[in-house]
Ligand binder design. Structure first.
Ligand code: P1T
Length: 384
């Protein structure tokens, strides 16, 4: 189905999924096969070998591309595999400007893996777009933006920084994991490439690890297809099927994540036991105006510090939770909580974390789609 002029909720239900040509099955089957029969050498139905193409994966790739208003989409074995592939667009000597507040695993692959291959990474605050301009040199070939950032919920102006990247001959890449294509479409704002940890909201049910990249640039798409096939970090068809199923409710889920997020952010902001609250929907958020400009909702990710800025206090609060589960990851239907300094961001050295404003006592919440009243009661009994 051509979903080009349809709205996001409709795209989420229909894009990429056609009735199966052989049986009419409404749901794309799990094509659990490694290879495809050929009538004669090179004569086949568009599928040769399942690393190169798989119909279940293709359906998911079309769905995610359509949601991101992209012509091309590619799926990978994880969000990190997607990031790994994007780094292979670069050459030794190239430099990447990276937001200084980002997922710890992304920091790790940049500093511990690709730095060894001669790619340079400069971690900078992108909260103010003007401050980014002075960092461009002729070696900068890519700008890596995460917005909202993980875990401080900083908001980066995608349109402004993409414009700067273009003027300086660099690619603008946006990790859109926290916002999802329902709340933010970076390609429409001028970015060249959008990347997702599909493991999170897009999958939505904490049952699959998967990544995706989407773009409207044909030359980049060609390279991505080449890298996907050459390096082979592809997701299996069963995981693609699970995500195709999850995507159908993406818009509904995001509406509820946003509603619950708003109630919890308001509660935390007014509680005497809480210090700082980080959620882009709050008027007090320093880039709330940019969030309003580029997002269609503010999501369900919230971070906060206990009033008394002590890691022990944070650990006690995390232990007190009954409904929020202490776990890495985010974006599932169930609410999770975590301590980034000891969990998702432990791979970033303490001094780097502190430079970015990430305190050891910061608690991160992934607010699920449960009844908000139950979540608020759990928070109230957990805070000390
Ligand atoms: O886990 P994986 O699917 O490989 O995705 C990596 C990744 C990429 N980008 C962002 C913004 C992410 O948050 C992640 C993974 N993050 C967690 C596991 C976490 O708990 O923050």
């Amino acid at each position: 189905m051509n979903t080009k002029n349809l709205r996001k909720g409709t795209v989420a239900v229909h894009a990429g999924v056609e009735p199966d040509p052989t049986t009419g099955a409404i749901m794309t089957p799990i094509y659990q096969t490694s290879t495809f029969a050929q009538e004669a050498p090179g004569v086949h139905k568009g599928y040769e070998y399942a690393r190169t193409q798989n119909p279940t994966r293709h359906a998911l790739e079309k769905s995610i591309a359509a949601l991101e208003n992209a012509q091309f989409g590619y799926c990978f074995a994880s969000g990190m595999a997607a990031t790994d592939t994007l780094m292979k667009l670069l050459k030794p000597g190239d430099e990447v400007l990276v937001t200084n507040d980002l997922y710890g695993g992304t920091y790790r692959i940049f500093t511990k893996v690709f730095a060894e291959y001669g790619i340079k990474f400069k971690f900078i605050s992108m909260a103010s777009a003007e401050d980014v301009q002075s960092h461009f040199t002729s070696s900068v070939k890519m700008v890596w933006i995460e917005t909202p950032t993980n875990p401080l919920m900083n908001i980066i102006d995608i349109a402004e920084i993409s414009k700067m990247a273009k003027a300086n001959g660099a690619l603008a890449v946006v990790d859109n994991t926290f916002a999802t294509p329902i709340l933010q479409n970076p390609l429409d704002l001028g970015a060249d490439i959008v990347v997702h940890s599909v493991t999170k909201y897009i999958g939505g049910h904490s049952d699959t690890v998967l990544g995706a990249v989407a773009t409207n640039k044909e030359d980049i798409a060609e390279k991505l297809a080449f890298l996907q096939n050459s390096c082979g970090a592809i997701p299996g068809p069963q995981d693609c099927f699970l995500v195709l199923r999850g995507i159908k409710t993406l818009q509904l889920r995001m509406q509820r994540h946003c509603e619950n997020g708003e109630k919890i952010a308001a509660f935390l902001s007014n509680d005497f036991r809480v210090g700082e609250v980080y959620w882009p929907g709050l008027d007090s958020h320093k880039n709330h105006a940019i969030a309003k400009k580029q997002m269609h909702g503010f999501g369900g990710m919230i971070s906060f510090t206990p009033k008394e800025d002590k890691i022990d206090k944070a650990i006690q609060i995390l232990k007190n939770f009954k409904l929020f589960t202490l776990a890495e990851s985010l974006g599932g239907v169930e609410s999770l909580c975590g301590l980034p300094s000891m969990m998702t961001h432990a791979s970033i050295p303490k001094e780097e974390r502190e430079k970015a404003g990430l305190k050891d006592s910061l608690i991160r919440l992934s607010v699920g789609i449960e009844d908000a009243e139950d979540l608020l009661e759990d928070l109230d009994q957990a805070l000390i």
